[in-house]
Design a binder for this molecule. Structure first.
Ligand SMILES: Nc1ncnc2c1ncn2[C@@H]1O[C@H](COP(=O)(O)OP(=O)(O)OP(=O)(O)O)[C@@H](O)[C@H]1O
Ligand SMILES: [Mg+2]
Length: 362
């Protein structure tokens, strides 16, 4: 993982079509490392994306076209992602074999997880780690990723209609990890046997949780609670329209530990944040039981909801784990003229940066 796949062109564009907005990042490949030369973020109309599915293709196409025009990006090679909630990801161990044999074996292995006809799905895999078992025979730890072809094609269509040539489709969960690779690796050796790090990407519709040990992915899960649930709560209780509720959330909501001196908005959103936090705890407990890892040493946050005031401190207090904001631009230069909205929305650009950096699994 983490190899640049810029190929013949020396620029690469990541297009992240999220529930709330589209994010694009253009990177240039330099001998000294990647450099951001263009970026943009633009909101999507409500309902354009639902549960990671394209509902209103013409609106999304219009947003992407406008975004690329304003950011002066002419994408030659671009990479997009489907949502983690719509893929099946499974971890398996297989004996070491040639890439061709692995391709075959992965298909057979994947069939048992797939609730659809095998012809209807795209199957891909990543070799996470080479293991050495007790008998000395080598095995590899493999991540299987299965998605419906129809879904992948619907994303390809959107990009084609937007005038974007798509080189590959990734999964947002994996793209976020790619962007945060440096942040994840930073202290990987700080614990004996390898540090256990959880990456939590909290967006508008979903929260993706990944757990890595010594920088190797071990667990991933998707929780259907995120920013929109918080906004919805404000809409219901305070009788506001979506846009006003969003505004109120961003400017006024703040989650305090213990809840002491909270304003009305903070009280309203608290229940949803508590719910999200207990779901994260449940995932951590499941991971710990299954992997026999006693501890998660560090949490890295990404996604727009990471910016909810007090959320990081609240999570740290609730889960008893140090929480850090991820920096997806670690090791990436930025030379665009106006960087304000890049840095003020940095967490939201994580997936787009990861996509532009690597391209794809396939
Ligand atoms: N400062 C802030 N405080 C609170 N919430 C914020 C803030 N900034 C952004 N958000 C929330 O972050 C969410 C958008 O984040 P992001 O762009 O990562 O999601 P998305 O990719 O569109 O959605 P998803 O990945 O779930 O499909 C929205 O719910 C938005 O209200
Ligand atoms: Mg997202």
């Amino acid at each position: 993982m983490g190899l640049f796949t810029f190929g013949t062109s020396n620029t690469s564009v990541g297009v992240d079509i999220g529930t709330s907005s589209v994010k694009v990042i253009q990177l240039k490949k330099n001998p000294t490392g990647p450099e951001v030369i263009g970026y943009g973020i633009s909101p999507l109309p409500q309902g354009a994306m639902e549960e990671g599915n394209i509902k209103d293709a013409p609106s999304i196409v219009a947003v992407i076209k406008e975004l690329l025009k304003n950011a002066k990006i002419k994408p030659e090679r671009s990479f997009a992602s489907i949502s983690g909630q719509n893929v099946i990801m499974r971890f398996t161990k297989l004996p070491k074999m040639t890439p061709d044999e692995l391709e075959q074996t992965v298909r057979i292995e994947a069939e048992q997880y797939v609730p659809y006809a095998i012809e209807e799905v795209s199957i891909t895999h990543a070799v996470l780690q080479d293991l050495v078992d007790e008998e000395g025979g080598g095995k590899s730890s493999i991540l299987l990723v299965v998605a419906q072809k129809e879904l992948v094609n619907s994303y390809m269509d959107i990009l084609k209609q937007s005038g974007v040539g798509t080189e590959a489709i990734d999964v947002d969960t994996i793209a976020a990890l790619n962007a945060l690779e440096t942040s994840i690796k930073q202290t990987a050796d700080s614990q004996e046997g390898g540090e256990v790090v959880a990456v939590i990407d909290a967006g508008a519709r979903t929260t993706n949780i990944s757990v890595l040990k010594a920088s190797t992915l071990m667990f991933t899960r998707n929780i259907p609670i995120a920013g929109n649930n918080i906004t919805q709560m404000i809409m219901n209780v305070m009788k506001q329209e979506f846009d006003q509720a969003e505004q109120i959330k961003v400017t006024e909501a703040e989650i305090n530990i213990g809840g002491g001196t909270e304003n009305e908005v903070s009280e309203v959103v608290r229940t949803t944040v508590e719910e999200l936090s207990s779901e994260i705890r449940r995932s951590f407990d499941y991971f710990k039981a299954q992997s026999r890892e006693p501890l998660i040493h560090r949490i890295i946050l990404s996604g727009g909801t990471a910016n909810l005031k007090g959320f990081n401190t609240y999570l740290s207090n609730e889960l008893g784990v140090d929480v850090y904001m991820g920096n997806p631009l670690e090791g990436v230069a930025v030379t665009t003229s106006d960087t304000d909205s890049l840095y003020s929305n940095l967490q939201q650009f994580t997936v787009a940066i990861g996509l532009a950096l690597r391209g794809a699994v396939e």
